[in-house]
Design a protein. Sequence first.
Length: 318
Amino acid sequence: MMARLLAALVAFALSFAAPAAAPFDYRLKPEKIADDTWVLIGSTEDITRGNGGNIVNTAFVVTKEGVVVIDSGPSRRYGEQMRAAIARVTDKPVVRVFNTHHHPDHFLGNQAYADVPIAALPATRAGERDDGGAFADNMYRMAGDWASGTEPRIAQQDVQPGRLTVGGHEFELIALEGHTAGDLAILDHRTGVLFAGDLVFLDRAPTTPHASVQRWLKSLDALAALGAKKTLPGHGPVHAGSAGIEQTRDWLKWLDQTLMQSAANGLDMAEVMRLPLPERFKRMPLARSEFERSVTHLYGAYELRALDSVALPVLQQK
Ligand SMILES: [Zn+2]
């Protein structure tokens, strides 16, 4: 009798418990930013077990002929959930996927599009091939089980730069570089939306593990000349005008100047990392940690150049 009463009480208590949230749900909510154009905006944090790597922006365009996907996210699960989110918006099939560059948060969702042609710049495909395995392992280390079952699926097609029309949308495929060795930007002439990939960051400090600052600055000039109506940065909010391009340029120029000056003054890496941030960057998410990372990625080359410029006159005297 007591046992049955107890069981009834337990069942009664359990009926009030909140329904268990589905595990590893990224809660992707497509946001419409222009005709036929939807984006999924990630957080401006580092990758953690809390966000599962959803720190990135992805997008899709629903054309008459089917859906064009731009970047597939940080994990197999994200790719699958993105595809489910697309299916809630349209019953058209996904016909094409582009990877803007080879960084893990942008292409590790490719597994969910195994039946769709995936295209990227040649340097991006090479990067996916060379670094993909290590990236997937690292994603698992940082994001935990969100990333379980994630393996790199390499883009199978080279992007041909130029115009490509899909279902009434004329896309300009623009081959650039500087954030990595291959950075694809896509301008949709129909809507004026620029999908800038990680060439543009807004209100989130830029990352530089594979960066060439000078090439990146040139690419920003090329993007500015497009005069896009709206820009989707790789990280940060969708915006009209050129705020993202300008802020990214401002950050890169400051970084370049700071590293050059520090090398000329003979500072060591630890000293550079402790330098104060300019007031305008102090409240930018991840400014301090990305600056420190950039010092580890880039400072060695600045030190070598500073040594060269000291050594060269000596050598020339001989
Ligand atoms: Zn990136």
